[in-house]
Design a protein around this ligand. Sequence first.
Ligand SMILES: [Zn+2]
Length: 88
Amino acid sequence: MRLIIYAILAFIIYYLVRGFSKESPKRPDPPPFEGNTSSGKELKRDPVCGTYIPEDTPYRLKYKGQPHYFCSEECLKTFQKQIAEKKE
Ligand SMILES: [Zn+2]
């Protein structure tokens, strides 16, 4: 009887290993490094200080359906303040 249990275990392990090996190619590879930042990446204007920053900046805010981009957390906060003042 033990042999059957081992057989089942081996079967399960086999399927697990197969499943993992199937999944591994799915893992997204980091995109190849692009030498020039001008290709693909758009520059957005910081509405607070007017600096141009790449659109992949972590300081982003969606306002009225439009994404706004900021050079720093300070500018983002300033913009949020401006919005709050406008609402009043
Ligand atoms: Zn700024």
